[in-house]
Write a protein that binds this ligand. Structure first.
Ligand code: GLU
Length: 328
């Protein structure tokens, strides 16, 4: 299964040569079962039909309904105007991050905290749930997708930082995560990033956690894939020793197969999540800031958190203050 995954992805995307090495590494046949377990757990979590909610997944009845603004107008935003003419918003998201952004393979629906943030924002901008089309965009492709107009905005564990601000705009932050480590439950040698020397560590290409390990822990044997779920598959099949990214994402994978995986140590970075928008569209960015603040005030943010990300075991924190920076 892992081989198929790797091969499929490699034809479509750039991967580091180190990742190619990882794919070719010896497999432990006995270890294939846990990987299958993860795949099944992810699929089961996403496969609930109406009336039979998925185990531990977001239950549709618990999700808030967002009031759709009818008189909202944003004439200064080219993105908003284009979406109005089109009749719907196109929102970039993740599809394999439990409790954050997951796509149900049976019906194509997306669910999770980021998806709720996207929907409450859309409602504030005058677009109901039927007028939001989600599109999966991997970490490495977010800036390009926003720059070439493939998506109107992006909600998917997207860290705000100065480098990215040169390419895209960010509303928010709407959540503060931190980089952490996921290992197999029997692992005793890895408790923090200082233990990664000589260990095979997997993260997503183009992500801040990947960049941090590369810059600050150069003795780690780092491999990159498009998505964290491929990294987790590699962890379960003993091809890597740890997966690193935000605690939010890792806790979701661990919650799906708690007997196989654990998150270790304390978070070693700050990852403020923003909603990515086209850089030149300051009107949209500031309207999305308004949307975030309004939904934090009216209780929607917390209700959405409790029904999604809260299921991975962390009670709702206070959301961080929105940062309205001047256009440049
Ligand atoms: N928040 C980090 C980032 O934006 C890691 C998660 C992700 O790749 O989406 O790079």
């Amino acid at each position: 299964m892992t081989r198929t995954h790797g091969t499929q992805r490699s034809t479509r995307t750039r991967r580091s040569t180190r990742a190619t090495r990882a794919t070719r590494a010896n497999r432990t046949p006995a270890a294939v079962a846990p990987a299958l377990a993860l795949a099944l757990a992810l699929a089961a979590g996403a496969c609930g039909k109406d009336g039979s909610p998925p185990v531990k997944g977001p239950r549709p009845d618990d999700l808030p309904r967002y009031r759709v603004a009818t008189a909202f107008r944003l004439p200064d935003s080219p993105t908003w105007n284009r979406a109005k003419r089109r009749g719907h918003l196109v929102v970039g998201a993740k599809e394999d991050q439990p409790y954050l952004g997951e796509k149900d393979p049976a019906n194509g629906r997306y669910s999770g905290f980021d998806i709720e943030i996207a929907k409450m924002t859309a409602a504030f901008l005058g677009f109901g749930p039927a007028a939001v089309a989600f599109r999966t965009i991997a970490s490495a492709n977010r800036e390009t997708a926003l720059q070439n107009g493939q998506i109107d905005y992006y909600v998917g564990t997207y860290t705000i930082n100065d480098n990215r601000k040169k390419l895209v705009g960010f509303a928010g932050p709407y959540y503060l995560a931190g980089q952490s480590l996921l290992v197999r439950s029997g692992e005793i040698g890895i408790k923090g990033p200082e233990d990664l020397a000589g260990k095979r560590v997997c993260s997503a290409a183009g992500s801040t956690p990947y960049q941090r390990i590369e810059a600050e822990y150069p003795r780690a044997d780092l491999v990159a894939y498009d998505t964290y779920s491929i990294c987790v598959d590699n962890l379960l099949t003993y091809q890597v020793d740890a997966v690193t990214t935000d605690d939010t994402i890792l806790l979701g994978y661990a919650a799906k197969v708690p007997e196989e995986l654990k998150v270790v140590g304390t978070p070693f970075s700050e990852e403020p999540y923003g909603i990515g928008v086209p850089r030149s569209d300051a009107a949209l960015r500031l309207a999305v800031d308004d949307a975030i603040e309004a939904n934090e005030r009216n209780g929607n943010w917390k209700a959405a958190y409790d029904a999604t990300l809260g299921l991975s075991g962390v009670p709702a924190p206070r959301p961080p203050a929105v940062d309205r920076y001047p256009a440049s």
